[in-house]
Design a protein around this ligand. Sequence first.
Ligand code: FES
Length: 107
Amino acid sequence: MTKPFTKICPVSPAAQPSIVAINGIDVIVDQSGSQPRLWLNSCPHTGAPLAMQADELICDTGEFECCLHGAKFERSTGLCVSGPCKSEYLETVPSKIESGYILGQLP
Ligand code: FES
């Protein structure tokens, strides 16, 4: 059965990503590109959150960085490019825009 889409947040392009908690699930919302990208805030290394606050998500190279062991992830794809889970991906949250809001298909 297809999971329903849940309202995540308003469309509001921003250079910095945000972390939105919906029904106990933390979602990273990146609205820096032409289309919003959503990821679970869960590192593929251990399942721990990448960061607890949005301003801790981005490292000096502009990639997402896990606060525990320093894995770095491309913002465009979620691919881990360095660290203990290199070549693994952040889990994508399928999304769509409707009536000015980003909707996500949560796990
Ligand atoms: S928990 Fe993210 S790199 Fe170890």
